[in-house]
Ligand binder design. Structure first.
Ligand SMILES: [Mn+2]
Length: 334
């Protein structure tokens, strides 16, 4: 059990608090920080929720009164420099805060990591609250509220529910358990409109996203056994579809839904010399070791990495690492 009362004490002792999450934020990071933001506001704290990316369209519903801010050095550096505490949610890796992490570090801010990703022992977190058993960081925020007898307001519950819903694939993935459903029940009790959140997140695809999905599905690749499926996205596909970077989220989950596919892999050409890689597994294979070998990390069945190099350079490496890992886990090391 994590000592959530101790975190509460830390919060009570300060006034100015920055909340943040990882770049390319997802529903868990955003929902967790949003829930905590509203608790801190209710306590009269001088807090701001600042992250490094643009807010994805499907999470605009969390942005009531424009409380979610995108970092800009001009607007935020001085304010962050005078913060007494930083609460970072779902980040996975300190570096995924980008410039916000640099500002925190250079001003020696007390940074608390609240996460269900494995501990990377990055010395820059002053405190770590890590629970790799938690289905979502939103579940940990729920634990914090319960441990400190904090009532779930509608806003707090909206954030927690969004985190748990998105990280469990709407309560379908293998990490879903009784507690996830208990949290959902408590959130509904607090007034959360679950179908409205579902629609905002999953039924608001841009036309560019759907066009890009069409291009991907026409160019899917399988290994001999059909257990591994992979696809690539390059800049010309992005241009042809009129898609933006955030449109690619969730494609790997979709490819995993194909019958017989155990592992789905995406290699996305971020720029001429950088690729973003996503791994998803149905459960037969553990894939975060592959992500780690590529310089990334994540959960056993959902992981990722950012690798230096062009698509043509990175793809063969990803495929050989993945094929080797699958063979190894089948008891046939190459
Ligand atoms: Mn998460």
């Amino acid at each position: 059990m994590l000592d959530w009362k101790s975190l509460h004490k830390t919060i009570n002792g300060v006034d100015r608090i920055i909340l943040s999450t990882h770049e390319n934020p997802d529903g868990d990071g955003l929902g967790s920080a949003y829930a905590m933001y509203h608790y801190l506001k209710s306590q009269g704290k001088d807090c701001r929720f600042i992250h490094i990316s643009d807010l994805p369209f499907e999470y605009e519903f969390l942005n009531t009164n424009d409380v979610i801010e995108t970092f800009s050095a001009d607007q935020h550096t001085d304010w962050i420099a005078n913060a007494e505490l930083a609460l970072i949610f779902d980040v996975g890796d300190y570096r995924r805060m980008r410039q916000i992490g640099d500002v925190l570090e250079s001003n020696k801010i007390h940074v608390v990591n609240i996460d269900h990703h494995p501990d990377l022992s990055d010395g820059r977190f002053a405190e770590n609250y890590i629970d790799i058993e938690a289905a979502a960081t939103g579940e940990m925020v729920y634990d914090f509220m319960v441990a400190n007898d904090i009532e779930l307001t509608k806003e707090i519950a909206d954030g927690i529910y969004t985190g748990v819903m998105t990280d469990t694939g709407s309560f379908c993935y293998s990490n879903t358990n009784q507690k996830c459903h208990q949290i959902a029940m408590d959130c509904i009790g607090a007034g959360v409109n679950t179908s409205a959140i579902y629609q905002s997140v999953y039924e608001s695809s841009s036309k560019g996203r759907v066009a890009l999905l069409g291009l991907i599905l026409n160019n899917l690749n399988y290994n001999e056994t059909g257990e591994l499926a992979w696809f690539t996205i390059n800049q010309s596909m992005m241009d042809e579809a009129g898609a933006s970077k955030k449109d690619v989220d969730g494609f790997t989950d979709f490819v995993r839904t194909i019958r017989g596919v155990e592992v789905a892999v995406m290699v996305f050409e971020n720029s001429e010399d950088s690729c973003r890689i996503n791994f998803r597994s149905k459960g037969k294979y553990i894939i975060n070791g592959i992500a780690k070998a590529m310089g990334g990390g994540g959960h056993q069945l959902a992981a990722g990495a950012v690798a230096k190099g062009s698509l043509d350079e990175v793809l063969p490496k990803v495929l050989s690492e993945t094929q080797a890992a699958l063979a190894n886990q089948n008891g046939h090391p190459e």
